[in-house]
Design a protein around this ligand. Structure first.
Ligand SMILES: [Cu+2]
Length: 194
């Protein structure tokens, strides 16, 4: 009985945490929930199911003995060549923050793996929801918020409206998310304990 209640409480916490982490800058396990950073997942379809926003995080989880993560240029992505590497990650659990707008490209640097499908293109869009009259992709300009095409991104921020500072802002919103999560859990406790 007790363990069942604990399990359902845990489930609620996880669900609530997932909801709020998405609202406050999400953390996305690459290839999740059905895969990971592996040779089986189709990353084009995986990425197309998510709208990545500024401040979101990618988490590449894999066996470091088998794979790595190389951030490359668009050309490196298209040709599966790690020689144009921007950054190389090989801890087996690499968290990469999407700290700027536009497109970024990641491949596995192990020979043959990119060609076999370990290649990911991520398009990071504006944090602010699209205002009326924009194209629905976060490319709204009313209010002077931001433009995030694939060319070098232009950010026109309005002081007091949007902060693009990464570290302090993201930890602040994470704390807020935790506080809201805790409050929501307490509110849901009576429902679980019936
Ligand atoms: Cu690999």
């Amino acid at each position: 009985m007790v363990s069942l209640k604990r399990m359902s409480l845990l489930a609620v916490v996880v669900v609530v945490a997932a909801a709020f982490s998405t609202a406050n800058g999400g953390s996305y396990g690459v290839g999740k929930p059905n895969g990971g950073w592996d040779l089986q997942t189709n990353y084009t379809s995986w990425a197309s199911s998510i709208t990545f926003r500024l401040g979101d995080k990618l988490v590449f989880k894999y066996s470091a003995a088998v794979h790595d993560v190389v951030e490359v240029t668009k050309d490196g992505y298209l040709s599966c060549s790690p020689s144009s590497s921007i950054a190389v990650h090989r801890t087996g659990e690499d968290t990469i923050e999407l700290g700027r707008l536009g497109r970024r490209y990641f491949i596995c640097g192990v020979p043959g793996h990119c060609d076999a499908g370990m290649k990911l293109e991520v398009w990071t869009r504006c944090t602010i929801p699209s205002p009326p009259g924009s194209d629905g992709n976060g490319n709204g300009t009313p209010g002077g918020i931001c433009i995030d095409g694939s060319s070098p991104p232009t950010i026109i921020s309005t002081p007091g409206v949007v902060s693009y500072g990464s570290a302090p802002g993201s930890s602040g919103s994470a704390n807020t998310a935790l506080a809201i999560m805790a409050a929501a859990t307490v509110m849901l406790l009576p429902l679980i304990m019936v």
